[in-house]
Design a protein around this ligand. Structure first.
Ligand SMILES: [Zn+2]
Length: 391
């Protein structure tokens, strides 16, 4: 898998402006590619987004945040009070969705899209990310500065970064097994927990200037996560009168919902950036337009799901300009689709995610195509690697 050891540069880009101003589009240093304009910049795309899509009154961000807190709180109360499997399982699903909703609010805050005030974004964003055990500054580094700046770029983006058939071939049997599990539809949560949460939030050494803010937020999340676990263990002990009861309370209210969230977010991000028709680019061919418009999608979630998803599936406008608050993404998406045929639009269906995971296992960056394991093995047999003459 990729190890992201790049040090993000300091240039202001469309994804980096924290002062609330509209970005200035792509920069001339990008390699040529893309149909947005000759340089593959995002300027022409940003230009079609209506000004009103950037409106983000404070009350609106707060309203979404508090609504999601109340919903999450009610679900937690339900989980504490019940052991009936008929209620438990639906509550776990709802908890995973409610944590995702809060996380998406935190994601908007981390982009500076939720509020105009940096301070407000920092406070609300940190709180909103607590149920998902996410480290705010760690998220800002990995997500804003790497994933958004180099979306679908070989060797840079690290989220669902594909493995090439050759790299897979060179893996140990155990690593191959792990790849097969993580790149299957049911393995999305396992992938997310290891690659994003563990490697970026918990461990992982950030570049020097991010060390201390990330350490501070790691301590915050660690204290809250362990503190909540301790309170729940105490409540479990009081309710069931055994160590097992104490552990059960922690598991059912705090750990299982986190694992459910990891599956939701892992699969959501997969759908955003992995599909048979989504290309990943070698560094030299990558451009902002290719990464942010062509390498992601607009998906319309089934009615009601946006109560939790906050239109994050309308993902192209978010990648074109992260300053657009979540509730204005549909409006911005409509404008982009109308002007750019490259912007793809579809319905969000779980079976499409399952299909994507079956067809997209390995990726050849030069050919620009996805392979299944079988196709990659067949290709290797047809064109064996050059052997030394002695053979
Ligand atoms: Zn984002």
């Amino acid at each position: 898998m990729t190890s992201t050891t790049i040090t993000p540069d300091e240039r202001g880009s469309a994804v980096e402006q924290a002062d609330g101003t509209r970005p200035t589009g792509g920069d001339a240093a990008q390699p040529e590619r893309g149909r947005g304009d000759a340089k593959g910049s995002l300027r022409p795309v940003i230009d079609v987004i209506p000004e009103s899509a950037y409106e983000r009154p404070t009350w609106k961000g707060l309203a979404y945040f508090f609504r999601d807190v109340v919903v999450y709180g009610a679900i937690v109360a339900g989980l504490v009070l019940t052991d009936n499997p008929l209620f438990l399982v639906p509550l776990w699903i709802l908890a995973a969705l409610a944590i995702s909703a809060l996380f998406i609010v935190g994601h908007d805050a981390a982009h500076g899209a939720l509020f105009k005030s940096r301070r407000m974004n920092g406070i609300i964003g940190r709180i909103a990310m607590l149920p998902s055990w996410h480290v705010y500054e760690g998220w800002v580094l990995g997500h804003n500065r790497v994933h958004h700046k180099f979306t679908a770029c070989q060797g840079f983006d690290f989220v669902w970064h594909p493995v090439t058939p050759e790299e897979y071939e060179a893996m140990s049997p155990l690593a191959r097994l792990r790849h097969r599990i993580e790149w299957s539809w049911f393995g999305a949560g396992a992938y997310y927990v290891r690659e994003i949460w563990l490697n970026k939030m918990v461990v992982g050494k950030p570049p020097k200037r991010f060390v201390s803010p990330i350490r501070r937020d790691r301590i915050l999340v660690g204290v809250v996560a362990l503190g909540v676990a301790a309170v729940l263990a105490w409540a479990g002990w009081a309710a069931y009168g055994s160590v097992l009861g104490a552990l059960w309370m922690v598991a059912k209210v705090w750990v299982i919902p986190f694992l459910g969230f990891s599956f939701v977010i892992g699969s959501v991000v997969h759908v955003h950036h992995v599909a048979p028709d989504i290309r990943w680019w070698p560094r030299k061919q990558w451009s902002k337009f290719a990464g942010q418009v062509e390498a992601t999608t607009i998906l319309h979630a089934p009615k009601g799901l946006d109560f939790f998803f906050h239109w994050i599936m309308v993902h192209i406008p978010h990648h074109v300009d992260v300053r657009i608050p979540m509730y204005n993404l549909p409006k911005a998406g409509e404008a982009i689709v109308a002007a750019f045929p490259e912007a793809t639009e579809d319905k969000l269906r779980f079976r499409d995610f399952v299909r994507n995971t079956r067809q997209c296992k390995l990726y050849d960056f030069d050919e620009g195509r996805w392979y299944t394991y079988a196709e990659a093995a067949g290709r290797a047999e047809r064109e064996p690697a050059p052997e030394p003459a002695a053979a």
